[in-house]
Ligand binder design. Structure first.
Ligand code: ADP
Ligand code: ZN
Length: 294
């Protein structure tokens, strides 16, 4: 069985071929240009490899309602060339294989739930803190879609005192999570790449404050059994203990569960699948697409 996976991002497309043993065997990375350029290149690569099904984890917003005439279309993205791009239908019809799509972060949450840090649980949240901030959510054993899909990156936060840029940098909202805490937001605030800010720089304490606000909001709103933090910014491992401690302090003893009172050590964690959550999530979507057809 050859399962095609696509991680569709605003800057790059990562394609791979996997199997039913959840092994990823071969990979190709393409820059995200216009749909007219990039989609035919992806089609050609998958066609050559004769895949049996395709799973897609994509940037969004994307229409995920299977009953909608624009199912699998990118909708209102700031990447203008991709607005109203029929990503799923073009690939599915071009390859003539069953295909399934979800957000990149829902795909990652699916993989962490089935194969990674949240294995055996009924709920989890996967948050990426990178070029953007987004979250995928499993609640009561199901990926959450709802009206469109969660957009947790744009939850409003309370600006911290001492933040030189308390309004953040989101073009849509003042003081939303992505605008305050994404990698590019850190770079704009401090005039340096996040990568180049030393661990004792005040930037990281502020970053942990905002991510702790997000964790508190998520724990209060969805009660996830695991919050998995990934993405480029979370390569700074010193953030984890700070975020746990700040979340505990903010909750202030209100949720009296031992996993919170004992320091959130196994509640707020790194991905169990490293940087492969997204691709393995797309692989699981491809398998679901096959099973749903059968
Ligand atoms: P993307 O979100 O585009 O898929 P990443 O998750 O790698 O990609 O996020 C890229 C962002 O993460 C950039 O803003 C970059 O500055 C930041 N970043 C990447 N690696 C690190 C690192 N080791 N430490 C801090 N920030 C990083
Ligand atoms: Zn926003």
């Amino acid at each position: 069985m050859r399962l095609g996976t696509l991680e569709a991002g605003g800057t790059k497309m990562v394609l791979s071929i996997g199997n039913e043993q959840n092994e990823l065997l071969e990979q190709l990375t393409l820059p995200t240009e216009t749909p007219e350029v990039t989609i035919p290149a992806m089609l050609a690569w998958f066609l050559e490899r004769k895949i049996d099904a395709l799973g897609i984890g994509t940037f969004g917003p994307v229409d995920l309602n299977p009953a909608s005439p624009t199912y699998g279309w990118i909708t209102s993205t700031p990447k203008l060339a991709w607005q109203q791009a029929a990503l799923l239908p073009i690939l599915r019809d071009g390859l003539r294989v069953p295909a399934k799509i979800d957000t990149d972060v829902n795909a990652a949450a699916l993989a962490e739930w089935k194969l990674g840090a949240a294995r055996g649980l009924n709920s989890c949240m996967y948050v990426t803190i990178g070029t953007g901030v987004g979250a995928g959510l499993v609640v009561e054993g199901r990926l959450v879609h709802g009206l469109l899909h969660p957009e947790l990156g744009h939850m409003l936060l309370r600006p911290e005192s001492g933040d030189p840029s308390p309004k953040g940098f989101c073009p849509f909202h003042e003081s939303c999570l992505e605008g305050l805490a994404s990698g590019p937001a850190m770079e704009k605030r401090w005039g340096k790449k996040a990568f180049d800010l030393p661990p004792d720089h005040e930037a990281w304490d502020l970053e942990a404050d905002y991510l702790a606000q997000m964790c508190m909001n998520a724990l209060c709103a969805f009660s996830p059994e695991k919050i998995i933090l990934g993405g480029g910014v979370m390569q700074q491992k010193h953030l984890f203990p700070r975020i746990r401690e700040k979340t505990r302090v903010r909750l202030n003893g209100y949720i009296r569960h031992p996993r919170i009172l004992n320091g959130l050590e196994d509640l707020i964690t790194e991905p169990g699948l490293g940087t492969r959550s997204g691709a393995l999530g797309a692989l699981l979507l491809a398998r679901e697409a096959l099973e749903e057809r059968a």
